[in-house]
Write a protein that binds this ligand. Sequence first.
Ligand SMILES: Cc1cc2nc3c(=O)[nH]c(=O)nc-3n(C[C@H](O)[C@H](O)[C@H](O)COP(=O)(O)OP(=O)(O)OC[C@H]3O[C@@H](n4cnc5c(N)ncnc54)[C@H](O)[C@@H]3O)c2cc1C
Length: 292
Amino acid sequence: VKAAPFTYSAPRSLDEVVDTLVRYDDEAKLLAGGQSLVPVLAMRLSRFEHLVDLQHVPDLTGVSRSDGAVRIGAMTTHSAVGQAGEAAAVPLLSQAAPFIGHGAIRNRGTLGGSLAHADPAGEWPAVAVALDAELEAVGPDGPRMIPAAEFFLGTWTSSLEPAEVLVAAHFPVWEGACGFAVEEAARRHGDYAMAGVVCGVQLDGGRVTRAAVALLGVGSTPIRATAAEQALIGTSVADVDATAFATAVVSELDPPDDLHASGEQRRRMSCALAERAVRNAIAAANGEDQRA
Ligand SMILES: Cc1cc2nc3c(=O)[nH]c(=O)nc-3n(C[C@H](O)[C@H](O)[C@H](O)COP(=O)(O)OP(=O)(O)OC[C@H]3O[C@@H](n4cnc5c(N)ncnc54)[C@H](O)[C@@H]3O)c2cc1C
């Protein structure tokens, strides 16, 4: 199937991008790596009068570290995020990247495209929500920072305004004895996960002092398991009951049925994945390398 006809521009500055979006109103769409947008256009699930290609806009790629966070330009590819030396300060980035599609998709698809696309089964949205990332956007009214918790509004819906561009994402760096894990269940390697869990723990004096858990693929947005996190914080590592933790993670989960799995299957998968994730995150924080 071929996309409906559209016009195309490739601006050389962010100002030009925003001006073009304003000029076309709702009829223009940004093109990043094209790994989600092009199939949508080709299958005529949506159509736009004009595509604005971001690939020649300067300063949208790259990874840097400052003020306790790793900043990643929106046009940085999934592969580059996973491999960047500066990104090592946020281990969930290199742990999550290999779960995204296949090599060809990771080499073209971008962090910003994935966040803006807001697929609830996407890895970057879940990592952003778990870590309380800040998303940097610019639009006709200038720049603004959007907390990840306020960014994902529903399936394929973000809080970006129609003429706003996502410029970068800022992921906080956790210091000290920290461990992280990403666990997923997918039908085939490279498929979107039917369910997934990203998890981080920080330990101090033999106790859990910080915990972050977000689920993907089980609702219309990434879901943060705040109550389970709070219950874990303060627990001595020796007393952590991973099964009880996982039960708490899924206690209020009500995933939808679809052709890949029933809601109940997704809930049970999430429970098993959360148990494995917290065990592996604690092991990593303790400097152990064996996986549950
Ligand atoms: C077979 C297949 C398997 C896949 N599996 C996975 C998977 O397992 N996990 C996963 O997370 N993803 C998966 N993807 C999607 C992939 O990660 C895409 O790269 C990603 O969703 C979109 O990034 P992109 O750069 O290709 O964006 P595009 O497709 O170019 O754009 C996607 C959307 O984001 C908007 N957009 C892009 N950049 C910006 C920006 N800077 N500011 C504002 N809006 C912007 C576009 O206008 C469009 O609406 C898969 C894709 C395919 C084809």
